[in-house]
Design a protein around this ligand. Structure first.
Ligand SMILES: Cc1ncc(COP(=O)(O)O)c(C=O)c1O
Length: 381
């Protein structure tokens, strides 16, 4: 094993105070989790309605700085519905990044639309406003106030950046480009609860934003998601669509649309409420770890990713940028063989044959990062 990797493994083991297996991200249950979950069992309201669902939605509005939040079964379904409400229909196109988790792209395809893969910025690892602008200058065409792709003749119905590992994208610049082309912004903030851009929570910049509460996130509901928006009417529509589009009535079953049963159960919402109460503490703990990692990796001449000046990152998954793919392979092999879990950043989505046919730009930055970025243990200590 290289001297460097040996020192890194020891540092991570010391940081977590153990020589046992260290996962990438494990949940921490130190608050009211058991009490709230037991409440739902005692009340019998474990399923799709209950006080914890309402409480969770209020807490999420407050945390995301938005007017309306809707609790749903997971982040993927939240993205699917958010896109539909932003106006994405079958046959449309959505601008997004190829350097992301598969759910970002699947949510587009579930709506019958196609992704357009645009490059990311090196500094944020998220969708690049300059690259989006360059693409639209070449292929965009306004027809009666709506942006079309000249190459495919299809409507570009939304732009969906993803805040990679909780590091916010350049939102001001991206919004400028989207506004110029009248394209609604939908934020995939699945990984970015609590992150801020110019002191404002991410997820609140777009027409709609989405969060995930999967077990690997900073706070978890077991499985769950949230749609957030400042547009109250859209929020009401999101609630309606995710609750089978049933018209409120004391006893009749009448549905006015083909909706979804995407409701978050009260049992899961109870867990989420207890977790959300601890979010500030969790983020503080992660920021302390990030600070320690940063000074350690600096001393070894290895790049550790830190937040940009105008942002506050939640440091969901922390990562190092290695010299090249060879270094990456050695690092992954040696850490994982020695009980320290590390993972490479995602394979670029279009490299899978299933997703290969969609339009894309040159992806120079995405390819650079794909070869070098590795996640290291990031759990709350
Ligand atoms: C970027 C991104 N988008 C969407 C999702 C989907 O969320 P979920 O797993 O809750 O469906 C995740 C993670 O799980 C994610 O990391």
């Amino acid at each position: 094993m290289s001297k460097y990797n040996k020192e890194i493994i020891s540092f991570i083991q010391d940081s977590y105070g153990t020589h046992e297996f260290i996962p990438l991200h494990a949940p921490v249950f130190l608050g009211n989790e058991k009490k709230y979950v037991a409440d739902t069992i005692d009340s019998t309201f474990v399923s799709s309605v209950g006080t914890y669902v309402d409480k969770f939605e209020l807490m999420m509005s407050s945390i995301s700085g938005t007017n309306k939040s809707i609790a749903v079964v997971n982040g993927t379904s939240a993205l699917q519905v958010a896109l539909r409400l932003a106006g994405v229909n079958a046959g449309d196109e959505v601008i997004t990044q190829a350097l992301t988790f598969i759910a970002t792209i699947n949510a587009i395809i579930y709506n019958g639309a196609s992704p357009i893969f645009i490059d990311v910025d090196i500094d944020t690892m998220g969708l690049s406003p300059n690259a989006v602008d360059a693409f639209l200058e070449e292929f965009g065409e306004m027809r009666e106030g709506i942006c079309y792709n000249k190459k495919t003749n299809r409507k570009i119905a939304a732009c969906m950046p993803m805040h990679t590992f909780g590091f916010p994208v350049h939102l001001d610049d991206l919004l400028k480009v989207c506004n110029k082309w009248n394209i609604p912004l939908v934020e995939d903030a699945a990984e970015a609860i609590g992150s801020e851009y110019h002191s404002k929570p991410v997820g609140s910049f777009g027409k709609l934003g989405v969060f995930s509460f999967n077990g690997n996130k900073i706070v978890t509901s077991g499985g769950g998601g949230a749609i957030v928006t400042n547009d109250i009417e859209l929020g009401i529509k999101a609630k309606h669509l995710t609750t089978t589009a049933k018209i409120p009535h004391p006893y009749e079953y009448v549905h006015d649309e083909i909706g979804y049963n995407f409701r978050m159960p009260n049992l899961n919402a109870a867990l989420a409420c207890a977790q959300l109460e601890q979010l500030p503490k969790f983020i503080d703990s992660k920021r302390t770890l990030a600070f320690e990692y940063d000074s350690f990796f600096k001393s070894k001449g290895i790049k550790f990713r830190t937040e940009l000046p105008q942002t506050q990152a939640n440091y969901w998954l922390m990562c190092v940028e290695l010299e090249n793919k060879q270094e990456r392979e050695a690092f992954l092999k040696e850490t994982n063989e020695n009980g320290v879990m590390t993972r490479p950043i995602w394979q670029l989505i279009f490299k899978s044959p299933l997703y290969a046919g969609f339009q894309k730009d040159e992806q120079i930055n995405a390819m650079y990062l794909e070869d070098r970025i590795v996640n290291i243990p990031s759990s709350v200590r």
